[in-house]
Design a protein around this ligand. Structure first.
Ligand code: ZN
Length: 178
């Protein structure tokens, strides 16, 4: 049960492999924006920031709707509803990790630049042209909406790595989180 909305944001549990069918599901388009979608967006932003992520898709918090949030270091979060890649160009080699695939990172190829269209949280049409990390984050999050994970793009097993646990003498062992 959930308390009545009082305007505060909440950190949501993040769905992780291996036992989360929602991560492999194709998310549904949002047909209109209402209080529950606004609330979801607020909670996704809070959850992404708390986890130090640069992006989060609704599928990752168990909601199969086409909503993503991305936030570049030092910038404001960007919300995209029903995002679609309308153009991509070039190629970049990136090292990627995912909050839903804890304990690993991998080297994959992404587009160097993408143009994405969608709606913002005021249901206004927007179009974003991005390159570098922002392009990578947009592709990664839009993949989530189609049930795809970055590990699907890893070309060989030697390009997927386990995050080693970090041992700090005074603090003990820190388990990798993402
Ligand atoms: Zn991810």
């Amino acid at each position: 049960m959930r308390a009545k909305s009082c305007g505060t944001m909440a950190v949501l549990p993040i769905c992780r492999l291996p036992n989360n069918a929602v991560l492999r599901q194709k998310a549904r388009r949002v047909s209109r924006i209402d209080g529950s979608v606004q609330r979801l967006i607020d909670d996704m932003i809070e959850t992404m920031q708390k986890a130090n992520g640069v992006g989060l898709a609704a599928s990752q918090v168990g909601v199969p709707l086409r909503v993503i949030v991305v936030q570049m270091p030092g910038e404001e979060p960007v919300v995209l509803i029903n995002p679609e890649i309308v153009k991509c160009a070039g190629e970049q080699e990136v090292t990627e990790a995912c909050l839903s695939v804890p304990g690993y990172y991998g080297e994959i190829k992404r587009s160097a630049a993408v143009t994405v269209k969608g709606k913002d949280r005021n249901w206004k049409a927007i179009r974003i042209r991005a390159e570098g990390l922002m392009a990578e984050a947009l592709e990664h999050e839009i993949d989530h909406l189609d049930g795809k994970l970055y590990i699907d793009h890893v070309e060989s097993s030697d390009r997927l790595h386990k995050v080693e646990r970090l041992v700090i003498p005074e603090r003990g062992t820190i388990e990798p989180e993402s």
